[in-house]
Design a protein around this ligand. Structure first.
Ligand SMILES: [Mn+2]
Length: 195
């Protein structure tokens, strides 16, 4: 999945499934002022995990205009009775260069740029156990690279492990991260946005 939007934001999703279908999924929805993103890793892998992550994507797509904490809470209710999962949902304001997000569970959001950061998600498993969702804001600068990925990627890498990350486009970065850091025992998915 690839698109260069008409306001200079470039994104790409790369993935590798452990089974024939993946339990990880990404939703990207581009509108005039913002980009809605959701990255979901349903527990386990295989067709049943796939069904949960697809249902989550559909639900997010249908309800993306809700405020993020409300949407995360609603997703939690929606996934009750399923195997559940972890997710980051976010809205990128392309004018303010701000990413507002809610992240729950073992899932990664990082920024690479002049200042590189690793964001902290709140604990929990969506569908089972969720504390009050808290929205956070990540301020970006032009040229920053946002990386979101599931735990199917080894997340300890730093910029020294991939020093060209700030020079490559989103497609190359997403593909390289999967190539270099995907584990063999789980689904992996990686969304890269370059602003
Ligand atoms: Mn996983």
């Amino acid at each position: 999945m690839a698109l260069s939007t008409n306001f200079g934001v470039d994104y790409f999703v790369a993935e590798r499934a452990f089974d024939q279908v993946s339990g990880d999924a990404v939703l990207v929805d581009v509108t005039q002022e913002q980009i809605f993103v959701g990255l979901i890793d349903a527990a386990g892998h295989g067709p049943r995990a796939h069904a949960v992550s697809q249902a989550a994507c559909t639900f997010l797509e249908e309800n993306k205009n809700e405020k993020l904490p409300v949407l995360m809470q609603a997703l939690h209710e929606k996934l009750r009775g399923t195997r559940g999962g972890v997710a980051i949902i976010g809205k990128l304001d392309v004018t303010q260069l701000q990413l507002t997000y809610v992240g729950v569970g073992n899932i990664t959001l990082r920024k690479f740029g002049i200042v590189s950061t690793r964001e902290v998600t709140q604990g929990g498993i969506i569908g089972y156990q969720l504390r009050t969702p808290i929205e956070k804001i990540l301020q970006l600068e032009h040229g920053d690279v946002i990386v979101m990925h599931s735990d199917g990627l080894r997340g300890q890498f730093d910029i020294n492990d991939y020093s060209e990350i700030l020079k490559h486009d989103a497609r190359a970065i997403a593909r390289n991260l999967i190539e270099k850091f995907a584990k063999n025992e789980d689904d992996s998915i990686c969304l890269v946005i370059r602003v």
